[in-house]
Design a binder for this molecule. Structure first.
Ligand code: HEC
Length: 114
């Protein structure tokens, strides 16, 4: 009995030491191992995907998509700022959106190469 208590305490101590500091945000209540990228994805999926789709690629009334607009923009983060006021959330979402833009660009580059 005693032995197992000591063991589980050890496990907790080791796990705490191993956790990446970057992801630790007590206020958010999410898993401590969550990365900034995942946080941004979570925010986008839960708050924006309803209208923009998970990959920001849903057509808007004018036929463009949020992803295309942001990819063309010189300062996509400022554009996100019109919808996300919290600076930290904006950076997190930007990180996620940046990965979408990068993917879009590389698929466009591929199409040109063929
Ligand atoms: C209720 C539906 C809805 C939700 C939810 C929504 N959007 Fe939008 N959003 C739109 C529509 C529709 C447009 C296009 C408006 C227009 O044509 O200018 C738009 C435009 C934008 C633009 C402007 C792009 C530009 O041209 O500058 C940004 C940035 C944006 N959305 C980001 C977000 C983000 C980030 C979220 C989540 C926090 C979000 N939106 C949630 C419907 C939505």
């Amino acid at each position: 009995m005693q032995d197992s208590v000591v063991k589980s305490m050890l496990v907790v101590i080791v796990l705490t030491a191993l956790l990446p500091q970057q992801g630790v945000r007590s206020a958010s209540g999410t898993s401590a191992a969550t990365t900034t990228y995942d946080q941004g994805k979570d925010i986008f999926v839960s708050r924006c995907a309803k209208c923009h789709d998970q990959d920001a690629n849903k057509k808007l009334p004018d036929g463009t998509t949020l992803l295309l607009r942001l990819a063309k923009s010189k300062d996509p983060e400022a554009r996100l700022g019109t919808r996300i006021k919290d600076a930290q959330e904006r950076q997190e979402v930007m990180l996620y959106v940046q990965s979408l833009i990068t993917r879009l660009r590389s698929s466009q580059a591929e199409q040109k190469a063929h």
